[in-house]
Design a protein around this ligand. Structure first.
Ligand code: NDP
Length: 284
């Protein structure tokens, strides 16, 4: 009988997280503000920003989008970001991906103070995660873990393979999986035989940015597959995994759209509320 993988429904998980966030926003009873900065004239990036505005509205958080796509001078961007970060009416700042090539992401992250970093990508927050003492966890990596936890996927003693070693997804996720006692392998462009590695995975996470890189031949029967990738093919959003092909082999899989993306947005909002609570606590 042909296997059909279980759907790991990110929209359902995101709804649950947003209900928690809305409740905590009501309890806080003070205005909360998020600034989303757009740096690249990329239609996808604008779409992500708009989806954050909608998600914020649902839970009672003010979200302002700052369009800096006209800026071409790196120092101007860094300076503006530092100034925006100092704005007392904003509890959180984030920059939407992709970043233009003239910017150094490491300097960019430095301009956002760790206490306003809801993406968990500041030096301090990434460092704390590596040290096993996280405060704000990189939101996309946290979304992958949340999906695994919501569907009670066992991690301890399992073999996890992460394809992609970005600072904001692959590396923090490897740390989180290790902390849950999985045996972790990270693959990248220089991995000689990708399918050989990925076929060993009980849990396979793909964060590359290449449509349909992963097909059924890359997947161990029964594996749990988390597809982080967002690509646009013929105007349609697709992941890094050939979902339909892999469905016949995997035990469970996240769809794109409707998988990791909405959970990432919901966890950003949760990070924001927790950030605001810490800011309040330190002010009293
Ligand atoms: P990056 O774009 O920063 O890096 C891509 C990674 O993939 C690199 O490590 C690269 O290897 C690796 N890679 C590229 N091609 C191959 C290949 N053929 N075989 C194996 N590895 C390869 O990654 P991000 O993590 O920032 O983004 C990845 C994707 O996830 C994008 O589509 C992005 O839009 C999406 N994304 C989705 C989010 C969500 O919420 N759903 C949030 C964040 C990102 P090397 O290091 O050797 O160059």
């Amino acid at each position: 009988m042909k296997v059909t993988a279980q759907n790991l429904d990110g929209l359902a998980v995101a709804r649950k997280v947003k209900l928690q966030v809305a409740e905590r926003v009501r309890e806080l009873a003070q205005p909360l503000g998020l600034a989303v900065v757009l740096l690249a004239a990329d239609p996808a990036s604008r779409t992500y920003a708009e989806s954050k505005v909608r998600a914020c509205r649902e839970v009672g958080i003010r979200c302002e989008v700052h369009d800096w796509t006209h800026m071409t001078d790196a120092h101007e961007v860094y300076q503006n970001l530092c100034e925006l970060s100092a704005n007392q009416s904003l509890q959180a700042i984030m920059v939407e991906q992709p970043y233009p090539a003239f910017l150094d992401p490491v300097i960019l992250y430095r301009c956002i103070p760790p206490e306003k970093d809801v993406e968990g990508i500041s030096h301090e927050n990434l460092g704390r995660l590596l040290l096993g003492r996280p405060i704000v966890v990189a939101a996309t990596a946290a979304a992958c873990m949340r999906l695994l936890d919501e569907y009670a996927v066992p991690m301890e003693g399992k073999r996890a393979v992460v394809v992609g070693r970005s600072n904001i997804v692959g590396k923090p996720l490897a740390s989180l999986l290790m902390a849950r006692n999985a045996t972790v392998t990270i693959c990248h462009r220089h991995t000689p035989n990708l399918a050989e590695e990925t076929r060993r995975a009980d849990i396979l996470v793909v964060s590359v940015g290449q449509a349909h890189l992963i097909g059924p031949e890359h997947v161990k029967p029964g594996a749990v597959v988390i597809d982080v990738g967002i690509n646009f093919v013929g105007g349609h959003m697709v992941g890094d995994v050939d979902t339909e092909g892999v469905r016949g082999v995997a035990g469970a899989i996240t769809p794109v759209p409707g998988g990791v993306g909405p959970v990432t947005t919901a966890l950003l909002l949760l990070n924001l509320v927790e950030t605001a609570q810490r800011q309040l606590a330190s002010a009293t």
